[in-house]
Design a protein around this ligand. Structure first.
Ligand SMILES: N[C@@H](CCC(=O)N[C@@H](CSC=O)C(=O)NCC(=O)O)C(=O)O
Length: 301
């Protein structure tokens, strides 16, 4: 498992570095990711950004306008791809909302996809190892995750599924798909990727993970969506279902806000990028205090 550098560009005083590796989780296929490292010594806390359908590792890095705020707060950004590429599975490139560019950040179980489409394992286990190998000044004990649309679904699901492990300090999302077992994108994806279909998809559905009590721990989730988002209007995102579940469970730590007049585009994302990064920065600060309290209590026992 080696990591190679494709290119590096100076950006807000730091570097935006494009890296490549062969991913075991993608059955050995090459995958690319961008890492923004702020100026300075580090190590810097790490904020992952998962992009949406049809996107790749460059979309968030070039259109999201996250680097300026990340440089100001001393946060590193990691932009992975949205699926394996070139698996050669029949039908993989037939639609824009399934297959290449649309991996849904899950571990597939349907025989055709199970050996290549393992985005959950890639992101939660393999990518952090690749980042360690890269030698970049990253603090992998302080990680948070955010995403847009399908990537917002990925961010919520990765956060909730690993909540008890404390893998991510917090989760932040832009127009996330929050109840994929009940929306057309999600039901199509789960029917194709999972041998148990939509029923098995409940394991990869943020609202269902809350409802079933599988997500154990204190929540730190913030998300926004636009009132003029055509995909929200078409019932693909269903933020009301997720927030309804939060309310009925009576849990705190979740802030979901509808932004008037905004659509699904990167113009919406860039309008709130700085707020989301600032919010993550506060969570990293809490996380630093908790880490230092943990290490003090370990030292005192
Ligand atoms: N081609 C599609 C539209 C695809 C699209 O809008 N993708 C969104 C994410 S949607 C949910 O995951 C996106 O981020 N696109 C990249 C961009 O630069 O906007 C269609 O025909 O409707």
């Amino acid at each position: 498992m080696s990591v190679s550098t494709i290119k590096s560009n100076k950006c807000f005083g730091g570097q935006l570095i494009k890296l490549s590796a062969k991913a075991e989780s993608y059955n050995g296929l090459e995958t690319k990711f961008n890492v923004f490292v702020p100026e300075g010594k580090g190590p810097f806390p790490v904020l992952y950004y998962l992009a949406g359908l049809t996107c790749d590792e460059d979309t968030g890095a070039t259109k999201g306008m996250f680097e300026g705020p990340a440089a100001a707060h001393g946060i590193a950004l990691v932009f992975p791809d949205t699926s394996p590429r070139g698996a050669g599975i029949a039908g993989e490139d037939a639609d824009w909302d399934f297959g290449t560019g649309a991996g849904f950040y899950l571990d597939a179980t349907a025989p055709a996809y199970a050996s290549h489409y393992r985005g959950f394992t890639y992101l939660t286990q393999e990518l952090p190892e690749l980042l360690k190998k890269s030698g970049l000044p990253l603090d992998l004990n302080r990680q948070s995750i955010m995403g847009h649309s399908m990537g917002g679904h990925g961010a919520l699901v990765l956060y909730l599924k690993t909540l008890a492990l404390g893998k991510y300090a917090s989760c932040s999302a832009f127009a996330p798909i929050t109840n994929p077992t009940l929306c057309p994108w999600g039901t199509k994806a789960f029917a194709g990727y999972l041998k148990g279909g939509v029923e098995e998809g409940k394991e990869w559905d943020a609202t269902e993970l809350l409802r079933s009590g599988q997500a154990k721990g204190e929540l730190r989730i913030r998300f926004d969506w636009g009132s003029a988002d055509n995909f929200f209007q078409a019932g693909q995102l269903l933020p009301e279902n997720f927030l309804g579940e939060v309310k009925s469970l009576g849990v705190g730590g979740v802030v979901g806000t509808q932004r008037e007049g905004y659509d699904h585009s990167y113009y919406f994302i860039m309008s709130f990028a700085a707020e989301h990064v600032a919010c993550e920065s506060e969570f990293f600060a809490c996380c630093l205090i908790q880490c230092s309290q943990r290490s003090q209590s370990t030292q005192s026992t």
